[in-house]
Design a binder for this molecule. Structure first.
Ligand code: SF4
Length: 66
């Protein structure tokens, strides 16, 4: 298992800017809840799911199964 940044530098830049503005809360969600702090609970669950491969909700990170 491995986690990498999106190879699209423009997406990474936009999401990181968003994270700076929100103080670390997921920029693609409206609510400011603890579970939405990056890395959010949703992506952590996807990391722990052996079947999941793909991007996090904001497409900042990509989880590779192998
Ligand atoms: S969706 Fe991605 S960028 Fe957004 S909080 Fe979760 S891990 Fe971070």
């Amino acid at each position: 298992m491995k986690i990498t940044l999106n190879p699209d530098a423009e997406i990474v830049r936009i999401v990181k800017e968003g994270l700076e503005k929100t103080g670390g809360y997921c920029p693609c969600r409206r609510e400011r809840k603890e579970e939405y702090k990056c890395m959010c609970d949703e992506f952590k669950a996807q990391i722990n799911d052996p079947e999941f491969e793909g991007y996090c909700h904001c497409m900042l990170y990509y989880k590779h199964k192998d």
